[in-house]
Design a protein around this ligand. Sequence first.
Ligand SMILES: Cc1cc2nc3c(=O)[nH]c(=O)nc-3n(C[C@H](O)[C@H](O)[C@H](O)COP(=O)(O)OP(=O)(O)OC[C@H]3O[C@@H](n4cnc5c(N)ncnc54)[C@H](O)[C@@H]3O)c2cc1C
Length: 342
Amino acid sequence: MKSQILQNISLKPYNTFGIDCTAKSFVEVKTVEQLLNILEMVKAEQPKFPSIFILGGGSNVLFLKDFDGLIIKNSITGIEKVKENEKDITLYVSAGENWHNFVLFCLENNYGGVENLSLIPGTVGAAPMQNIGAYGVEIRNVVERVKVIDRKTNKQFWISNKQCQFGYRSSIFKHEAKDKYIIIGVEFRLTKENHVLNTSYGAIKDALENDTPTIQEISKAIISIRESKLPNPKEIGNGGSFFKNPEILSNQFEKLKEEFPAIVGYPISDEITKVPAGWLIEKCGWKGKVVGNTGAHKNQALVLVNYGNAKGEEVWNLAKEIQQSVFNKFGIEIEPEINIVG
Ligand SMILES: Cc1cc2nc3c(=O)[nH]c(=O)nc-3n(C[C@H](O)[C@H](O)[C@H](O)COP(=O)(O)OP(=O)(O)OC[C@H]3O[C@@H](n4cnc5c(N)ncnc54)[C@H](O)[C@@H]3O)c2cc1C
């Protein structure tokens, strides 16, 4: 069945910030074949579609204005077994699968490796984009390779874990290969026994009832921590952490510590220290502050929220003000984690 291109569609239900803007053209694809047909059509009918944007669950985007081109919503689903042995299993997961549903599937089957990434919103296909991570685990730990379509040639091929150049909230798809590929599926290698547990975060330890938890118990603990800490986008529009945690030179950190003894930092090498952006923003007085229709959440200053009818520009202006105030106070530049569109 062919997918239908719709005109002038509100994007409000398609982004967790709940920004009400319009896409000039919008199409949902449910199979790779439908996606390829759309890409061929876009090529044939240029300049009708000045730009295309691939959308998953819309949980990591901020639309600044109406989108003039074609939004392709990736809803290609399916989970297939590629191979397995006694110890582990390789699964191919289509890009439009909901990430948390995939985590639940793994937990039901006792496949380990993604339990710490429970309850992260969005799709499997977007997960490699920023190497999603939480509670000491990143997707790079379990990705074997990523299947993509080259947007120029419409050819399909694989990108290995190494070629993905995964880093902290980053990958080749956000940098060198930005807008070059559409991810259509991801291959994961997961453990079937001897799961490698990561319970190093204090909050997880506190939430667990015993010292030798199962992956299901770890997931349950993480879900309850996340539900108590993060605003639910269904209740209040947001895109999770708006900024990345900045990585600064360790000697800059030491100097800051003299001036701000309470500053928190995590050394990631001899030269580099990671500083929690939420702490910096909070110390600039933003936590819980409401600015028009937007603001920094009362429990988590790193999460900017839409109190109802915020425009994308309004949220972005607040973000820029926050960036400036953090720079003025600490001399640290904080970068958005979220993808700004427009
Ligand atoms: C409440 C909340 C909590 C969050 N917690 C975390 C967290 O703990 N850790 C974390 O890492 N992130 C977190 N996030 C951010 C977000 O969930 C992830 O970045 C997620 O992977 C985004 O998936 P998505 O499908 O919604 O992507 P979208 O928002 O739809 O898209 C994000 C980007 O990926 C591109 N893209 C999407 N799909 C494809 C594809 N198939 N091919 C090519 N490009 C594509 C889009 O063009 C866009 O640039 C959180 C967000 C929210 C709202």
